[in-house]
Design a protein. Structure first.
Length: 104
């Protein structure tokens, strides 16, 4: 009678914490060219990467002066989507703007 429902009393229950692996992050890079206007690059940074005007101008100048600039760092799916959006926008506006990604 007294033992029902008391099975395992005094036993230590240990919980295994499940380790979740963070996804790899990727830098989305914009590459300089001789044809894409600085204004267009700033617009892309504002619209696609949600940068404010000051940050968009800073990144654009980095692209212009260094040949490449980091537009943002994202998970792989988001980064790939951003690259596609940039290429689509550039093509529609007849610019050869190149955008790529590399592991961060």
């Amino acid at each position: 009678m007294g033992g029902a429902g008391r099975e395992g009393e005094g036993a230590v229950v240990t919980e295994k914490k499940q380790q979740t692996k963070h996804p790899s992050m990727y830098k989305v890079l914009l590459h300089n060219d001789d044809y894409t206007t600085m204004d267009f690059v700033v617009m892309v940074l504002e619209k696609v990467f949600h940068k404010n005007v000051a940050e968009a101008n800073r990144i654009m100048l980095n692209v212009h002066e260094q040949g490449v600039g980091v537009a943002g760092i994202y998970s792989r799916d988001v980064a790939e989507t951003k690259v596609i959006l940039v290429h689509d926008l550039a093509r529609k506006n007849e610019y050869p703007l190149k955008c790529s990604l590399e592991k961060a």
